[in-house]
Write a protein that binds this ligand. Structure first.
Ligand code: ADP
Ligand code: MG
Length: 328
């Protein structure tokens, strides 16, 4: 633990108290993933109350967007697909609207209605055979963000097709990280990092004034960091194919699926996105997998404040316009 001691500085006649600051860290399981919350606060006791509040906020969001919890508003939307609109909190409605905007920006590479395809691709070790062409074709029949109907005035969401489902697997952790950070800022926490199993967002700086360093996983060897980068008030998110995948006939099929074909994305092993918000970075990292490296990087180059690093299946590194990697 880093610690700076309280010192009393006397500037002229006005005494000025510089309070002690220290870094407090807590790791725990949230949203089915490992989270780590790091903040700078004067005392461990004060840090704990802030961290408790951040955790409560992430749990609140989980209850809103969880597909597992049958009582969540998201589960209600899915349950009444093809039947009727469901009234939801304005917060969930807004998240869905932003997800639709990203679907439009990525020509449907990102699509929260991918979720009905989950029935045929399983990445928990239970899948024995490659799904048939027919099953894959049938699985995308229920996919399409164009069929999500939003009524802002009534605050309702309606999925037009029966069997259609939405899921926040590719954007939810980023959103939760952003919200936890916003809450910390509103409570006056001057600096910290929210790490939602690799989806990271930072603010402020370390106690000595230097920027937070964020480690990016090496997709070829996940125990080794690929790079350590300084991050000042922004988000860094990495999506990799090394965590969830199945192998058939020596081919690796990752958990990121092209919603337009029903087939897992190929050709990329890792995408790291830098953006002001973790939500956008999270969604774009997933999208670039699907769009492929050329289209993905071109799209990122058109977005202000967004950069990316893509590692292809051969291990070659490609970057967006403003990132320059120097190898020693
Ligand atoms: P991770 O959660 O492993 O960090 P991602 O952020 O890339 O990785 O999200 C992958 C998850 O997103 C998948 O497990 C699935 O739930 C969901 N998903 C898969 N393909 C898509 C897609 N094309 N658009 C939106 N969500 C997707
Ligand atoms: Mg993502």
């Amino acid at each position: 633990m880093l610690r700076q001691f309280s010192i009393l500085l006397v500037c002229g006649l006005v005494p000025m108290i510089v309070t002690a600051q220290q870094i407090t860290k807590r790791a725990l399981l949230l949203m089915g993933s490992s989270f780590e919350i790091t903040i700078v606060a004067p005392t461990p006791a004060e840090a704990d109350t802030h961290i408790d509040a951040a955790i409560a906020e992430i749990q609140r969001i989980e209850q809103l967007i969880s597909s597992w919890d049958s009582a969540s508003e998201t589960s209600q939307i899915n349950r009444y697909a093809g039947e009727k609109p469901v009234t939801v909190a304005p917060e969930l409605l807004a998240l869905i609207q932003r997800a639709i905007a990203i679907a439009q920006l990525t020509d449907g590479a990102f699509d929260i209605s991918y979720a009905s395809m989950d029935r045929i691709w399983k990445f928990d070790g239970t899948m024995q055979h490659m799904p048939t062409k027919e099953a894959i074709a049938a699985s995308v029949a229920k996919v399409g963000f164009q069929h999500i109907e939003i009524d802002t005035a009534a605050s309702t969401v309606y999925l037009r097709k029966k069997g259609m489902k939405i899921g926040f697997g590719a954007i939810g952790k980023g959103y939760a990280a952003d919200r936890a950070k916003a809450l910390m800022l509103s409570r006056g926490v001057t600096a910290g990092i929210i790490n939602a199993s690799g989806d990271m967002t930072t603010w402020g700086s370390k106690i000595d004034g230097t920027p937070w360093q964020v480690a990016i996983t090496n997709p070829m060897n996940k125990n080794k960091a690929f790079a350590l980068l300084p991050v000042i008030d922004g988000a860094v998110v990495t999506s990799g194919d090394y965590e969830k995948y199945v192998t058939f006939d020596g081919n690796r099929y990752t958990h990121i699926i092209d919603p337009r074909t029903g087939y897992p994305a190929t050709g990329i092993v890792s995408v790291t996105v830098f953006a002001p918000k973790a939500e956008l970075a999270d969604a774009l990292a997933t999208s670039i997998f699907v769009m492929g490296r050329t289209t993905g990087i071109n799209r990122v180059n058109q977005l202000k404040g967004v950069e990316c690093i893509v590692i292809d299946a051969a291990g070659a590194i490609h970057t967006s316009a403003h990132i320059h990697i120097t190898t020693p």
